[in-house]
Design a protein around this ligand. Structure first.
Ligand SMILES: *Cc1c(COP(=O)(O)O)cnc(C)c1O
Length: 464
């Protein structure tokens, strides 16, 4: 076989492939040559020419313990040597059953309470399942007037029609608005750009310096008061709204949201597709406020970044409401529901957390990240540096004292990360906010190099 040369691959890619979330004009620009990633090792990615790059976005927020991980590789190979996939319609398998018990145990709660797991393919499908289950639950249990979903401004829950409907992300969803079902939007409890926050912008996390009357909570209470009896569920990303720009919530909001759902008799659906599996510090973000949701969506890190697998965890009493008549069945699923390879790798992923004391390492590494990230405040166009666990966002503004934004078209993040590639860092941001999302296996020294590459790229593109 003649080895494929990268320029030939570039030609094939630019002729036949359509990449996700990618502008045609950027990708097809003759001056642009994409990197072809050939292999990985821990926090490093290698291209076809053998150059190494630090994976500063954990391969779009999916990778946890590193690439080419011996334990995950072993779990994958051992499972593949048995069977890759068998139908989950009317059949069962060990990896699916073992994983479901482990996932249920991740949630806070009293003994005797547990969750059922609906397996799917990714984050979007995990959310779709949650929405349909919540809706059907009320339809067939005497509360058919509950038909509306409440969700947060800026929220992002995936790209399928239902997931987009509960999302409120202008640039991603606007075009499809006529196709989406109507949902009720409530302001996001994020402090930096909050119009109610009276604090002068200072070089400190806006959540800790905020001066306000907690209007975000009042508005949530008002929305519940106004729409309560019609609500199926409140859908939210707990603590951090990723695709909204890594906006981070004031403490206490999640807890209050749970109480309001209880008072109004609707469900709380948490989208932990990004925040789950240690990303914000605890195993799940809902632990931060000791909140037990009715439904939770997991995906991204569920297989440690190895395979597409989604899981919707459903509190047992909701599952019970689908019993007693054939028509109450949840008629929903996918060809690859309960994929055996995915379940086997996810089991090993969870085992690694215990075996390698990963949550302790996350705590250490996020402490280190907090120290290192202070360097960004030295740049006059840095308006906010915010962090939750191993999620870091650096928001660039025209004027720090007024927090006046650069226009979205400035696209500083893509320019800065293009410069970072030359310094051996791969990352991604959104508009004018830079994200750093390191894998948990990142060494202190690798983290220092990530920050240095990002900071130097920032100064190159936006001289201070
Ligand atoms: C990525 C993401 C999704 C969508 O997951 P996919 O696997 O891309 O379908 C949903 N919710 C959140 C919070 C996400 O970050």
């Amino acid at each position: 076989m003649i080895p494929q040369q990268p320029h030939h691959l570039t030609h094939l890619d630019k002729t036949y492939v359509w990449h996700p979330f990618t502008s045609n004009d950027d990708w097809l620009d003759p001056a642009f040559t994409p990197l072809f990633i050939e292999r990985g090792e821990g926090a490093l990615l290698f291209d076809t020419a053998g150059n190494a790059y630090l994976d500063g976005n954990s391969s779009i927020w999916t990778n946890l313990h590193g690439h080419n991980h011996p334990g995950l590789n072993r779990a994958l190979i051992e499972q593949a040597q048995k069977i890759a996939h068998s139908s989950y319609l009317g059949l069962a398998h060990a990896p699916g059953a073992l994983l479901a018990e482990k996932l249920s145990a991740l949630l806070p709660g009293e003994p005797g309470q547990h969750y059922r797991v609906v397996y799917s393919d990714d984050g979007s499908t995990a959310i779709e399942a949650a929405l349909k289950i919540a809706y059907q639950h009320f339809q067939q249990n005497g509360q058919a007037q509950r038909t509306h979903f409440l969700s947060l401004s800026g929220g992002y829950h995936g790209d399928t029609i239902g997931a987009m409907s509960v999302g409120h992300s202008g640039s991603f969803h606007e075009r499809y608005q006529p196709l989406l079902f109507p949902t009720i939007e409530v302001m996001s409890p994020a402090c930096y750009r909050c119009s109610f926050n009276q604090a002068k912008p200072a070089q400190i996390d806006a959540r800790t310096s905020r001066v306000c009357d907690s209007q975000c909570i009042t508005q949530l209470e008002n929305a519940f008061r106004e729409h309560g009896p019609q609500l199926v569920a409140f859908v939210m990303e707990p603590l951090v709204q990723g695709a909204a720009g890594m906006v981070m919530h004031r403490p206490g909001y999640l807890k209050r949201a749970r109480e309001l759902c209880e008072e109004q008799g609707c469900l709380l659906i948490l989208d932990e597709v990004l925040t789950g599996l240690g990303r914000t510090g605890p195993m799940l973000a809902c632990h931060a406020e000791d909140v037990r949701p009715h439904l939770v969506a997991l995906a991204k890190g569920l297989t440690g970044g190895y395979l597409p697998l989604g899981a919707t965890l459903v509190a047992e009493p909701i599952f019970q409401g689908f019993s007693g008549a054939f028509e109450k069945t949840f008629f929903h699923g996918h060809s690859f529901s309960g994929h055996q390879l995915g379940c086997a790798v996810a089991l090993e992923n969870l085992a690694i957390f215990e075996r390698d004391h990963v949550l302790e390492r996350i705590a250490q590494l996020s402490g280190k990240l907090r120290e290192l990230a202070q360097v960004f405040w030295k740049h006059p166009h840095v308006g906010d540096v915010r962090q939750q666990g191993l999620l870091l966002a650096i928001e660039l503004v025209q004027d720090r004292t007024t927090a006046s934004p650069f226009s979205n078209g400035t696209r500083l993040a893509s320019k800065i990360f293009a410069a970072a590639i030359k310094r051996g860092l791969i990352g991604r941001g959104l508009a004018n906010t830079l994200f750093l999302v390191p894998p948990y296996c990142t060494s202190d020294e690798q983290l220092e190099r990530m920050i240095e590459a990002l900071n130097n790229s920032l100064h190159e593109i936006l001289p201070s």
